[in-house]
Design a protein around this ligand. Structure first.
Ligand code: MN
Length: 266
């Protein structure tokens, strides 16, 4: 199995920044600033509008439009995956990115969130194109309030070091990194944990409500509460106030099930 070698010189590395919260989201500004602290060659190609939970969607039934907002800064009227394709094939032209950064997402992408996340999907797309990619998300308070202040300072404090370390490593093929930052001031972060993808015991909830005219509608709600998690998972790392770094592979084959299936069909 081939791997991606370390980034030789990060200060000269070409970095492509994207997200799923849209180009106007505060998290992408923070990430662009962090990226520019690492290299001078930073490009942004991000969705025009909020694209959270679109997962790995592709736009294939209508034209995609690209808008240049500033030097090296572009908006696409599509999904995070569309943005990576447009970024790599069109905007960056000949020289592909050495590093693709997706985020910083407003809200953690832990456990089964990975399956819904547009933030992680953008990194996955970059990975499929043969590039090293990191998805970055910031946990928010779970009280349902959108008015609380995200801890961008914690991201700015820790991410440069984490990104440097990850860029300096060889990566296995078809692997992206999923980084989650806890909702804590940087002094209260308990460390950086390499974690596996966790799983919640209960799935998403669906609530039935009535509109002002009495007609029913449904609203998908976030997980009810953080449960106790087995040690070593991304969920448990965040519950314990640590930053979680999870390597994620593209191959989702359940290898353990292969022998029995082969026997049954062989
Ligand atoms: Mn999002």
């Amino acid at each position: 199995m081939t791997s991606l070698g370390p980034v030789a010189d990060l200060s000269r590395a070409r970095i492509l920044v994207t997200n799923d919260d849209g180009i106007a989201a505060p998290g992408i500004r923070v990430l662009e600033r962090i990226a520019r602290g690492l290299s001078r060659d930073v490009w942004t190609v991000a969705p025009e509008t909020q694209q959270s939970a679109v997962s790995h969607s592709l736009t294939i039934r209508r034209p995609l439009r690209v808008q240049r907002l500033a030097p090296r800064r572009f908006a696409v009227d599509g999904t995070p995956t569309d943005c990576v394709l447009v970024g790599v094939h069109e905007v960056l032209g000949g020289r592909g990115p050495d590093l693709v950064l997706s985020g910083i997402n407003m809200g953690a992408n832990l456990g089964e969130d990975i399956g819904y996340s547009g933030t992680v999907a953008a990194a996955m797309e970059a990975c499929l194109l043969g590039h090293r990619a990191i998805a970055i998300s910031l946990d928010l308070p779970r009280n349902g309030s959108v008015a609380t202040r995200p801890r961008w300072d914690t991201c700015s404090h820790y991410l440069p070091g984490i990104l440097r370390t990850l860029a300096g490593l060889s990566w296995p093929e078809a692997t992206l990194m999923n980084v989650n930052v806890p909702d804590l001031p940087h002094g209260a972060v308990s460390g950086i944990r390499v974690a596996h993808q966790g799983r919640r015991k209960q799935g998403l909830r669906l609530e039935k409500r009535a509109d002002p005219e009495g007609r029913p509608y449904w609203w998908i709600l976030d997980y009810s509460k953080e449960e106790a998690q087995p040690r070593g998972s991304d969920l448990s790392a965040i519950n314990q106030g640590a930053i979680a770094v999870t390597p994620v592979t593209i191959d989702v084959t359940a290898r353990g099930a292969l022998p029995e299936l082969r026997a049954a069909f062989g």
